[in-house]
Design a binder for this molecule. Structure first.
Ligand SMILES: [Zn+2]
Length: 319
């Protein structure tokens, strides 16, 4: 797996890799896209590649320059973070002073502004002159949620690279590429909605998987109204965690008859199949469960009502 193979926004990744391979890096970039995309991670890879001393497969990860980057110690990298709510003109002037001298260990300064949207208009104007008259030994990388966060004059001087959220399939492929077993990667990418960070956190969370097993067991053991109470007690301590899992399972049961491939809860396939004929009732029951819990009905009692509804009984409780 190369450093460029990050989950999400393959188009941005290939644009930047293409610029490196063709040796035609622009003097200023704007990476624009919502939170949850890989702007910062890809900026780090791109900066390593710009400084890399290897003559192929940049960034190589092993040359002295790559090692300085990976250790966070490259003297020609300048990161201007927003310490306060805005980045003002004085901070930009200090930055410009720092890059007015020759780079120390490479042929160019790299300037990263991770929250470029926080530059005040005056700070953007201070930056503009340098963007308009590139010196050839500096590359600027500005990150923002949208190009609209920056002045039109700044936008016209930067190469815009758009970032979009990865699809579920792209995240699945990236997890497989990173060495994960295919079934696990498919399950995690679907449960996380394609959010790579969330997928990795879920993967490592043993309690979460134990809870999914308890929900699965409660649903599987539900065999009629009489079993509602004991099955509800299986989840008595799981109010916050079990609700979203039950909601996913109910939605899956609803979509299963028309589109079995759209199911998210692949680890509960047998349960989803079991409840498919009751999909609508199951989902309405989960919605009622949420409402009851928010109106202070005890979790176990409200859960028992749901289990009554989906096991052939009839709840007497009315909202
Ligand atoms: Zn290198």
């Amino acid at each position: 797996m190369s450093a460029w193979d990050l989950a999400g926004c393959l188009s941005a990744s290939s644009v930047l890799k293409g610029d490196i391979e063709a040796g035609r890096a622009a003097h200023a970039y704007l990476f624009a896209g919502p939170a949850g995309t890989i702007k910062r991670a890809l900026a780090d890879v791109f900066m390593r590649a710009l400084h890399c001393e290897s003559d192929r497969d940049r960034p190589c990860g092993v040359c002295p320059s790559c090692r300085r980057h990976l250790a966070g110690e490259h003297p020609d990298v300048h990161v201007l973070e927003a310490v306060k709510s805005a980045i003002g003109v004085d901070e930009v002037r200090s930055l410009l002073a720092a890059i007015s001298v020759r780079p120390l260990t490479s042929d160019k300064h790299l300037v990263l502004l991770p929250q470029a949207g926080k530059l005040t208009p005056q700070a953007q104007n201070a930056l503009l002159k340098t963007l308009e008259e590139p010196t050839g030994d500096v590359v600027f990388i500005l990150l923002a949620d949208s190009p609209r966060e920056l002045l039109p004059t700044v936008n016209s001087r930067v190469r815009l690279v758009r970032f979009v959220l990865p699809t579920v399939k792209e995240t699945e492929d990236a997890l497989v590429k990173s060495g994960m077993e295919t079934g696990r990667a498919r399950l995690l990418s679907r449960l996380s909605g394609g959010d790579m960070d969330l997928a990795r956190r879920m993967d490592a969370d043993k309690e979460y998987w134990a809870l999914r097993e308890r929900v699965k067991r409660a649903l599987a053991e539900l065999s009629g109204p009489a079993s509602s109470a004991p099955c509800a007690r299986l989840l008595k301590d799981d109010k916050d965690g079990a609700l979203p899992i039950l909601e996913d399972a109910a939605r899956d049961a609803m979509v299963y008859p028309d589109d079995p491939d759209a199911v998210k809860s692949l680890d509960m396939a047998s349960v989803i199949e079991q409840y498919a004929p009751l999909g609508q009732t199951f989902l309405e029951g989960v919605m009622s469960l949420k409402m009851r819990v928010s109106s202070n009905v005890s979790w176990v009692n409200a859960l028992e009502c749901l289990f009554m509804d989906i096991s052939g009984g009839k709840t007497l409780w009315q909202p």
